[in-house]
Write a protein that binds this ligand. Sequence first.
Ligand code: ZN
Ligand code: ZN
Length: 240
Amino acid sequence: MRNSRVGKIIALILIIVGAVLIEPNLHFNQTQPAKIIVDLIENSFLGLSLIFIGGIHLLNNFFLSLQSNFGKKKCFTCQKKTEDILIREGDKHTPYCRNHLLHEFSKSFLQFPHKMVVFHPEQDRKYCGTMYPYYPISEFEAFYFRKEDRQIMEERLREIQGKCSKCKNSASVSYYRKGVLQWDSSGPVMRSVNIPGEFLCTKCTLDRIEPDLRANKNPFADNGLFVPYKGEGVFVNTYL
Ligand SMILES: [Zn+2]
Ligand SMILES: [Zn+2]
């Protein structure tokens, strides 16, 4: 950002110096327009070069900024340009900057009254991209998960009980750290998760996953970041 501003100032200085250099050689009283140009090229080569270099730099800068803003939306809260999207109720898309995305996500996550299985986000896993969806158990079939996946996840949800293992709140999450979940060519193999996770409250779960969601290198574009919806379910990365 700072570099591009310095670059623009230097480009402007080049153009101004160029203009000052060619000014004495602008003979507009010439009757032939072609002669004006020939005079300029003969007498003000340095000035023209400076204007040319400065101009190219400014144009290049302009197109680069057009390109980097392409496809960006404005954060619903602070208007900052962003590609991150928060998805509520499974299909309501709202753009947020990373800060407000996590702020809104955290609010909904903490207030969610249903039990959840939460696999730690693994955005850096090959093919995961930025997909960290929430799958309500009632919609497992709609997302083409196998019957055994649903049965095992229901079992993991049923066994959640007692206090959070980190604080005095009651547990509502079965949490699995990175690397526990096996994958095959069609995605996460939830049916193979046959041990109980760590029982946590939503706050202690959020403390675990929030830093990795915040640090995600790619934007939560396309399919965005989901807030939990429609009852008990599972947070898990899937293939794009
Ligand atoms: Zn914002
Ligand atoms: Zn807790």
